[in-house]
Design a protein around this ligand. Structure first.
Ligand SMILES: [Fe+2]
Ligand SMILES: [Fe+2]
Length: 179
């Protein structure tokens, strides 16, 4: 069954969106790398790779369906971040927008009676042995929220203490990524 134009449009949009997510997280990785905070940098490097895999995952579905697509790289944004608090807000907000968009694809596919696309969204793993796009999204939202609340627990008004806290989380992230 061919994809309807409405579903195809949403999937096309999603390709560019995932690519843009990848760009956002790479820029956050660069921000931390520049500060020599390798735990934070690696964490966002991994998020960036995840986004890239969503991007290729959707492309391969459209290839399987012989559906046309194009990749629109969004226009340049000034990737300057005020502080980590702002970055964590952006991180969580990015994941929420992404979930909303993926659910909109599912809704459209349901309206079209497109069981192939619905099944693909819920069951086809993004990477070998991994989760589907819908289930991976739940995990990504969760990890954004967890990192944000972990960070906010120790974040206060003292610049000096905040710097120490940022380093502690940096060490935590290094340990977690190694295990
Ligand atoms: Fe994604
Ligand atoms: Fe994500």
């Amino acid at each position: 069954m061919l994809l309807t134009q409405a579903t195809l449009n949403l999937l096309n949009q999603q390709i560019s969106h995932e690519f843009n997510n990848h760009t956002i997280y790479r820029n956050i990785q660069a921000y931390f790398s520049n500060l020599d905070l390798d735990g934070w940098a690696s964490f966002f490097g991994l998020q960036a790779e995840g986004e890239y895999s969503h991007y290729t995952h959707i492309i391969s579905y459209l290839d399987d369906k012989n559906a046309p697509y194009e990749i629109n790289v969004l226009s340049y944004t000034n990737y300057q971040y005020k502080d980590i608090k702002e970055i964590l807000d952006i991180y969580y907000a990015t994941e929420i927008v992404t979930t909303t968009m993926i659910y909109a694809i599912a809704e459209q596919a349901k309206a079209d009676n497109d069981h192939g696309t619905i099944g693909w969204l819920y069951t086809t793993p993004v990477s070998e042995g991994g989760l589907s796009l819908v289930h991976e999204q739940i995990e990504e939202e969760d990890s954004a929220l967890k990192l944000q609340s972990e960070f906010m627990q120790g974040f206060g008004n003292s610049d000096q203490l905040n710097q120490q806290w940022i380093r502690i989380i940096n060490e935590n992230l290094i340990r977690r990524l190694e295990s």
